[in-house]
Every structure is written in C-alpha cells, then in structure tokens.
Design a protein around this ligand. Sequence first.
Ligand SMILES: [Zn+2]
Length: 148
Amino acid sequence: MTTGSFYQNYREVTLLVVHCSATRYDRNFPVEALHRCHLARGFASIGYHFYITRDGEVHICRPVHQIGAHASGWNDKSIGICYEGGLNKDNRPADTRTYAQKCSLLDLLRQLKADYPEARILGHYQLSVSVHKACPCFDAREEYGALV
Ligand SMILES: [Zn+2]
C-alpha cells in the first residue's frame, strides 16, 4: 500500500448517534464499569466512540475510523456518543444530562460536524421506528439538528 494514513483510516460517516448509558442520574457509572459491561456483552472494547461522564469529561473509547458497536444495523456509517445517565430516581427514562455534560456534548458534536459536515445528528430512538428504546431520553434531532 502506498496510500497515506488518512485514506487507510478513512470511513464514511453519515450519522452521529447520541446515546445514554441508561443508568440512574445519581449513580456512578464510570468508564471502567462501562468497559467491563461491554466486554461481558462480547464486544472487543466499549461499543461507543465517546463516553461523557457526569463531570463533563469526554472519554475517547474507540478511534472514529473504527466501526463501533452501538446501534445494530447502523454501525458501519456512524459514530456513537454516549452520556452517563438517562434514568431518574424511579429508574424511568429522563434527560439527566448535567450542565457539564451538555457543554461537552455540544462541543464534541460541533467538532464532529466540522470533520463530517454531511453527517446528521440523531438520538438512538430516532434511527428507525423499529428501535423501541427511549435512549437517549431527549430529542437530539431537535436540539442539535441546526448545528453546522
Ligand atoms: Zn442507545
């Protein structure tokens, strides 16, 4: 191969998919726990590309040129971003994003849109009517659809 690394690593990305970890807003679910959980599910590593903990820290879990494991049927052309939380005190789906998480998520999506201008931003449940999940428990298309 004589092509440069950019082309070796290049992958078409048409979707930026937002997820939640489906854990309670007041429980810690650190990146190490997520890692163990995904290994137990048979993934090679964390299925998302990015994980944003409640303190707003963005954990890089997979290089973006690698296919993720976060949305069955949509993985080949997407990037998966997950925030810690998504369940309220009654274990029901709720937008539990902290202010720090909202800031980091917005920042990250802006960067990704700069790298992949054609990509659409959707929440997991917005991928298809056949996705029967509340994830990510808020309307990502509405909130980030106008991002350029
Ligand atoms: Zn999801």
